[in-house]
Ligand binder design. Structure first.
Ligand code: NAD
Length: 299
């Protein structure tokens, strides 16, 4: 397949290299000429602009820093809008905003081209090894058409829904991934300052409910999705006690714990509802109420 690839950075370069190794003809573009040179050395054809790169391409992949760069590469001077042939597909691998995804989709649709948002997860190692996960939003037929190409650098490719849905999933996931690091930073600074070796902490975390992934394998599918918070496995009263003891330990050792303090306050809110003897998982219901939505399985 004739593919244009725009954005040859930490993620884009190894993805493009895998596409070349899989036998695709690649025309590449990046504002950084050195990045283009490295890919040209592996068999890609460099182009001076997105418009030039996508001329004659059936598929255009972009892997750019974020919304402004994607908008410029598509709608700017010498952008994709000026070069893509009717019927061609643009799949954006960048972590973009839903608003820009929709704008680009509409602009390309007016030229009879299809846009899919197809952000990836799995980091630079995943791009190099071909083990990324790709979350795709947009027309299902277009998704099926490009799926074999995505499989050159992804071990998991999934259709998430209409255009923008891949981005919604990617942004939700990254918030969880990044926010969890802030919580872990609090837990590990607390643990080490209070006298435990980091390796011991890690070993215990790995073997525990957190490390076993129970939130994803049990809490979400079995409790939240089914709206089933009974029988009580661990009461709100005891969970609140544990979080309170942890933040008190932080005060004792002068370890700032903003995430811990916020969690404690959210549990106080649950206690104020009279939920002390309910399962601590019911704290999820408070966020559903604030957000005005329920996270339930339709099946
Ligand atoms: P990067 O900054 O390393 O690379 C971006 C590339 O785009 C650079 O080579 C830059 O020169 C080029 N570029 C910028 N503006 C351009 C334009 N207008 N036209 C052409 N080229 C342009 O970024 P990255 O780490 O490769 O990330 C790319 C995307 O993938 C981002 O949206 C990021 O959020 C997402 N992502 C990154 C990772 C990661 O671990 N790095 C993981 C998953 C997803």
């Amino acid at each position: 397949m004739q593919i244009a690839f725009i954005g040859l950075g930490r993620m884009g370069a190894p993805i493009a290299a895998r596409l070349l190794a899989a036998g695709h003809a690649l025309v590449v573009h990046d504002v950084n000429r050195e990045a283009m040179g490295a890919l040209a050395g592996q068999g890609a054809t460099p182009a001076d602009s997105p418009a030039e790169a996508c001329s004659g391409a059936q598929l255009v992949l972009t892997c750019l820093p974020g919304p402004p760069e994607v908008e410029t590469a598509v709608m700017g001077p010498q952008g994709l809008l000026q070069g893509m042939a009717p019927g061609a597909i643009h799949a954006d691998l960048s972590s973009n905003s839903v608003a820009v995804v929709r704008r680009v989709h509409a602009a390309l649709a007016a030229r009879e081209c299809t846009m899919l948002d197809a952000p990836v997860s799995g980091g630079v190692g995943g791009a190099r090894d071909g083990t990324l996960q790709c979350m795709v939003g947009g027309r299902h037929e277009a998704f099926e058409q490009i799926q074999p190409v995505l499989q050159a650098f992804c071990s998991k490719v999934s259709h998430m829904g209409e255009v923008g849905c891949g981005t919604v999933v990617k942004l939700s996931h990254n918030l969880a991934y990044i926010a969890t690091r802030s919580v872990l930073a609090e837990c590990f600074t607390l643990g080490v300052k209070a006298g435990v070796e980091p390796e011991r902490l890690l070993e215990a975390f790995r073997g525990s409910a957190f490390g076993q992934g129970l939130m994803l394998s049990h809490f979400l599918p079995e409790m939240v999705f089914k709206g089933r918070f009974e029988p009580v496995r661990f009461s709100m009263r005891l969970a609140h006690k544990d979080v309170g003891l942890a933040t008190a330990l932080g005060r004792e050792f002068d370890v700032p714990m903003p995430m811990g303090a916020l969690t404690e306050q959210l549990m106080v809110e649950a206690l104020a509802r009279g939920w002390a003897d309910k399962d601590y998982g019911t704290a999820f219901l408070l966020q559903e109420e604030r957000a005005g939505v329920q996270v339930r399985s339709r099946g």
